[in-house]
Design a protein around this ligand. Structure first.
Ligand code: SF4
Length: 653
């Protein structure tokens, strides 16, 4: 065991119901950190080429970040990872809450699942006792009811992560839920868990990691937490520059604004991400009407303010956040009109996918949908995009009321939207066709429906517009987990004071005006983003000012690690994700985005008027900086050698 990790992972094989521990050397952690960095290394080396992600050879796992389990601020995240059954590429998803630290408390740096169980099972790891149990009495329950039953049996302090009905039904857009409503949603990893017939992982640990320098860690933790309202200087300036007259705009959208110095605190502590619900529709970042509309005209403030963060806050009972986070951007709501005593605040992505994207300003329906999806473990982004697809197919006569179980679909028809999502969760009628996302649905429906399917390589595209945040076009198209807004994007990261984030990290000078400098900046950001994720840090930390990453890593692990080494580590992880995707036969560099998403033809009015995104040229420039072949995205042999990824060469060449 080293400092900051246990040096031990757990394999659970459901084909013969066995547990096996494996020890890992310190050099693995130094090269891959934790999270999906460690996950990608382990899964790459333990799976055959071109395997079926839902078959017996498939492996997926739970991977806390390297810093997860310590007191490091905002380090409570964990990742699930495996081959995405939705896209066929590398797949991963990230979640917060309290589950990630519990994995570490059980004494493991990762827990991996392999094989397929003969009948539904759940796993307990409770203070060193490991067991596989029959899950027939919880199979079919939503994640909250299942957790309640398991707590009665195994004690109220256990932590759970698992699947609801959508995961059990192997919906390719299902995720894994922990803490009764936090979801590692993307990439369809819930379908892998469902295919293995595993309902839940139940944990309670009592172990503590050894730390290199506990006193220093507490010093840095305390100092960061006491500055949880850091100077918003640059953040505010870049935001205000991007959105002239922001205070006026916020007031027009009925969002209270108390003055420049308070903006960050207001945004994240008071409102959370749902601050974007009205604001981003107005300024051109939110996709509207299945990417075919313009916020100012199709979902103007008199409608968008119906789903504003201020309206949502009327239901707020208390703040909620991930373990060790001083910001606590989430909230628990009580909604008497819906009979909901306790439900999670819907995030911006959810509100946009079920609101702006569908021209739906019925807030209660959005809260209902958020609750339904969390309980069923289905991704709200993919589900909303799939509903938008179905509505547009209906409006264009491609499907009719005879196909929709009698539902009259239409923009903003909230009752039928809720019913359609229930059909998807249960795979009933048209819901069975839609449960695997828009690409699969359009292949089954045919008749020109593919033009309404807003996906990238099979994954539904997230709720930020590359016509507004340009480099997202490249990220959406070509990241090994395509269609994701949380993958690395220089313009997105630049919303925060990114040059202050980590000592020694800065973007190239004049990158906004110089193409070559921007390619290099995207490469650097790509490395940084993997580091943030694999340390288990929240990606929002880039918005909150500087984060003492190197100091905290040193106080936890004892490593004196330079910024250059950290960025190179991030690039190693990104290159391995890319190599996995190529090894599995995916021609990621040949991907293209739907024409609406990139502005082909461009809008004739609105904030993104006249903009078409050239994401392909950008990708080629970034590939050169990454040491990848710009024609096909293959990492070059010398790049693989330089990154200590020699073991990949035989698979790619
Ligand atoms: S800012 Fe929000 S999402 Fe990030 S760690 Fe804190 S509570 Fe979790």
């Amino acid at each position: 065991m080293g400092n900051g990790f246990f040096g031990k992972i757990l394999w659970i094989d459901f084909s013969d119901e066995t547990f096996k521990e494996e020890n890992l050397s310190e050099s693995i952690y130094r090269q891959y950190l934790g999270g999906y960095g460690l996950g990608c290394k382990l899964i790459y080396e333990n799976t055959p080429i071109k395997y079926d992600p839902l078959g017996p050879d498939s492996i997926f796992g739970f991977f806390p970040g390297l810093l997860t389990g310590s007191t490091a601020p905002c380090s409570g995240r964990y990742m699930v990872a495996g081959k995405s059954p939705l896209t066929g590429t590398w797949g991963d998803a990230n979640s917060g809450g309290t589950f990630g630290p519990e994995i570490k408390k059980c004494g493991y740096d990762a827990i991996l699942f392999k094989g397929i169980a003969e009948s539904p099972k759940y796993v307990t790891i409770i203070e060193d006792e490991k067991s596989i149990h029959d899950a027939n009495d919880i199979w079919g329950l939503d994640v909250i009811k299942a957790e309640e039953k398991l707590k009665k049996k195994h004690g109220k302090f256990v932590k759970t992560a698992g699947i609801g009905k959508a995961g059990e039904n192997i919906s390719l857009i299902s995720g894994i839920v922990n803490d009764r409503g936090r979801i590692a949603a993307r990439s369809g990893i819930g379908a892998i868990m469902g295919s293995k017939k595993v309902k839940m992982l139940v944990l309670k640990g009592n172990k503590q990691m050894s730390l290199a320098n506990k006193r220093d860690l507490l010093k840095y933790t305390k100092s960061y937490n006491s500055e949880k309202n850091p100077s918003p200087g640059k953040f505010r300036k870049s935001l205000i520059k991007k959105i002239p007259g922001i205070p006026k705009l916020l007031r027009r959208l009925h969002i209270p604004f108390k003055g420049p110095g308070k903006i960050l605190t207001q945004i994240y502590q008071v409102f959370g991400t749902s601050i974007g619900n009205t604001l981003l529709a107005e300024i051109g970042d939110s996709p509207v009407k299945n990417w075919g509309g313009i916020g100012q005209f199709d979902f103007p403030p008199n409608r968008s303010t119906e789903i504003s963060t201020v309206r949502i806050n009327n239901y707020k009972q208390r703040d909620y956040g991930c373990l060790t986070c001083p910001i606590q951007c989430g909230a628990i709501l009580k909604v008497p009109e819906l009979g909901l005593e306790e439900t999670y605040l819907p995030e911006y992505e959810t509100c946009c996918a079920f609101g702006t994207l569908l021209l739906n300003n019925d807030l209660l329906s959005i809260i209902t949908l958020n609750d339904l999806c969390n309980r069923a473990s289905i991704d709200t982004i993919s589900t909303g995009v799939t509903v938008a697809f179905a509505i547009e197919c209906f409006e264009n006569g491609i499907i009719t009321i005879d196909d929709t179980n009698g539902l009259e679909l239409g923009w903003g028809k909230s009752d039928s939207i809720v019913e359609l999502v229930k059909l998807m969760i249960n795979r009933e009628g048209i819901g069975d066709i839609l449960a695997d996302g828009v690409k699969k649905a359009s292949e089954k429906i045919g008749r020109g429906s593919e033009k309404f399917a807003m996906h990238s390589f099979g994954q539904e595209i997230a709720m930020h517009d590359p016509k507004f945040i340009e480099s997202l076009g490249c990220t959406y198209a070509f990241d090994p987990t395509p269609g994701r807004h949380t993958a690395a994007s220089i313009d997105f990261m630049n919303l925060g004071p990114i040059n202050k984030y980590m000592k020694g990290f800065s973007l190239p000078k004049k990158w906004k005006k110089n193409k070559e400098a921007k390619y290099k900046g995207q490469m650097l950001v790509s490395g940084l983003q993997q580091v943030i994720n694999c340390l288990g840090l929240c990606t929002f930390t880039t918005l909150f000012g500087s984060y003492p990453s190197k100091e905290i890593i040193e106080s936890i692990t004892g490593w004196d690690i330079s910024t250059d080494e950290l960025i190179k580590t991030g690039l190693r992880i990104q290159t391995l994700r890319q190599s996995f995707t190529i090894r599995e036969g995916v021609k990621i560099a040949e991907n293209y985005l739907p024409s609406r998403v990139i502005g082909e033809p461009p809008f004739e009015k609105g904030p993104t008027k006249g903009i078409t995104v050239d994401y392909r040229e950008f990708y080629e420039g970034v590939c050169k900086e990454m040491g990848w072949n710009p024609q096909n995205g293959y990492p070059l042999k010398e790049t693989l050698v330089d990154l200590n990824l020699d073991f990949v060469i035989k698979d790619l060449y």
